[in-house]
Ligand binder design. Structure first.
Ligand SMILES: [Zn+2]
Length: 260
């Protein structure tokens, strides 16, 4: 499935201490790094990462392996999913000879959906655009960089999505893009200002939707939780901010999308 060269290249391109350090607070200990094991209840740091050898080992519970094993265990992923995401993270294109993975299909559909919502906002919903620019002081540049959008509250809109997204009904229902309403479909975000939420690799994995007319439901609504969209594992805007975070060595965390 993956060649040894591909796997080696991925492992070589990712700094294992930095990567595991996103999950475990690591302290330097000789030529290794040490921290509390994320795989068992650990009080006395027994989890070691060895950057030269590219692997981790826990003396408490015996877990060990390379960065792929670590990622699989901590995120509960299959081997090929872990490899694909790590390649994505490292910016290494890998050939997958099997059909497009579900993750690829999901993120491609959501990314096209973000473009459609963005176009709806810019071309057909000038009152919402005016609200963003005048009330929220959001510039057209920010709108396009964050691909802010609008989901029109029109019955024809959800029906048009199948062809616009080049996806079948089954996938759109499965991925939570459409909801079934009797014999027709509904966009769960109808009438909402749309904020695409991407993961650390910059792939759109969900949306936040802000209501624009009071009393029409909760102020904010998000895509439903799925394998690829787990809100408590995502930090909005991290994909854009991570280079600056590394450079400055600090992070400013804000509560809401607009605060960000
Ligand atoms: Zn352990």
């Amino acid at each position: 499935m993956f060649t040894k060269e591909e796997l080696d290249e991925i492992k070589k391109s990712i700094n294992i201490v930095e990567f595991i350090g996103r999950y475990v607070n690591l302290q330097k200990a000789g030529s290794s790094y040490r921290g509390l094991c994320p795989f068992h209840s650990d009080n006395d740091p027994s989890f070691y990462v060895h950057p030269q050898r590219g692997f981790f080992h826990c003396f408490g519970c015996g877990e060990k392996g390379d960065i792929i094993t670590f990622y699989q265990k901590i995120e509960n992923l299959s081997f090929s999913e872990a490899v694909k995401r790590l390649a994505d993270y490292a910016g290494i294109p890998i050939e997958v000879d099997t059909a497009e993975s579900e993750y690829d299909r999901y993120t491609a559909i959501l990314s096209r959906l973000a473009t459609i919502y963005n176009r709806e906002l810019r071309e057909n919903n000038h009152d919402i655009l005016k609200y963003l620019e005048e009330k929220r002081k959001i510039t057209p540049n920010t709108i396009s960089e964050f691909q802010l959008g609008y989901s029109p509250d029109e019955r024809t809109f959800p029906q048009s999505l199948q062809s616009k997204l080049r996806a079948d009904e089954k996938s759109l229902l499965q991925f939570g893009v459409l909801l079934r309403r009797g014999t027709s479909f509904k966009d769960r975000f109808a009438g909402r200002l749309m904020i695409p939420i991407d993961n650390e690799s910059g792939r759109v994995v969900g949306f936040g939707g802000r209501i624009m007319v009071a009393d029409q439901g909760p102020k904010y609504m998000n895509s439903s939780e799925s394998k690829y969209f787990q809100k408590n594992r995502l930090l909005f805007n991290l994909s854009r901010a991570k280079a600056a975070i590394k450079q400055l060595n600090y992070v400013v965390i804000a509560e809401g999308y607009f605060d960000v």
